[in-house]
Design a protein around this ligand. Structure first.
Ligand code: AMP
Length: 190
C-alpha cells in the first residue's frame, strides 16, 4: 500500500493536491477537516462537538479525532492506499496512526510537506473564504489562530517522520500544476 501523509499549514493546498493524487494513484483521500465538516452539516453529535473547536481555530481533541480516523480507515475494503490530509496534526496522533497501521499490517510510506510562506497562506485563505463558505477562513483572528496552532502543535510532527527517514519537503509556492508535478515526481521516485 502507498500511504502518504500530505502535510502543511492551513492554505498550503493539501485539499487541492489530494484531488490530483487520488486520480493518478487510485488512493483514498481521508481529510479529517472534510469529515468534521460533513458531520457539522449533518448536525451529528461529533459535528456539534467539532464545531465548538473548529469555529475558534482550535484543534479537535486527539481522542475524538483518532477514533474517527480509525473508523474511516476500517470502512474501506482492500484499498491501494490512503492520503491522509490534515492528519496527524499532533505527535500523539502520529504515534496513534503508526500503531494502528501496524495493527492492520501496513505503515506510512512518506510524509510530504508543502512548504508555503505565512503571507502567501493568509492570501490564499482569504481568497478561499470567498467561495468555500467556511467560517474559519473568513475571520482573520481565526486564521491567525490556526496558523499559530500549526506552528506550535502541528509543525513538530515533521520531526516524528524525519526520525524515521520518511519526511520529504517540497516547495508549495507556484501554480497548482507546478506543485502537482513536484508531487508526482516525488511520489514516483519513492
Ligand atoms: P482543515 O480542513 O484540515 O483545515 O481542518 C479544519 C479544522 O478541523 C481545523 O482547524 C481543526 O479545528 C479541525 N481538524 C482537522 N483535522 C484535525 C486533526 N487532525 N486534529 C484536530 N483537529 C482537526
Amino acid at each position: 500500500m502507498l500511504n502518504i501523509v500530505l502535510f502543511g499549514p492551513p492554505g498550503a493546498g493539501k485539499g487541492t493536491q489530494s484531488e490530483k493524487l487520488i486520480e493518478k494513484y487510485g488512493l483514498i483521500h481521508l481529510s479529517t477537516g472534510d469529515i468534521f465538516r460533513a458531520n457539522m452539516k449533518g448536525e451529528t453529535e461529533l459535528g456539534m462537538l467539532a464545531k465548538s473547536y473548529i469555529d475558534k481555530g482550535q484543534l479537535v481533541p486527539d481522542e475524538v479525532t483518532i477514533n474517527m480516523l480509525k473508523a474511516e480507515v476500517l470502512k474501506r475494503d482492500n484499498p491501494n492506499g490512503f492520503i491522509f490530509d490534515g492528519f496527524p496534526r499532533t505527535n500523539a496522533q502520529a504515534k496513534a496512526l503508526d500503531q494502528f497501521l501496524a495493527e492492520i499490517g501496513t505503515s506510512i510510506t512518506s510524509m510530504i510537506s508543502l512548504d508555503v510562506e505565512e503571507e502567501e497562506l493568509k492570501m490564499r485563505l482569504a481568497n478561499r473564504a470567498k467561495d468555500s463558505g467556511r467560517l474559519d477562513d473568513a475571520d482573520p483572528k481565526v486564521i491567525q489562530n490556526r496558523i499559530d496552532v500549526y506552528l506550535r502543535e502541528t509543525s513538530p510532527v515533521k520531526e516524528f517522520y524525519a526520525a524515521q527517514n520518511k519526511w520529504i519537503k517540497i516547495d508549495g509556492f507556484g501554480t497548482i500544476d507546478d506543485i502537482t508535478k513536484r508531487l508526482f515526481d516525488t511520489i514516483d521516485a519513492l
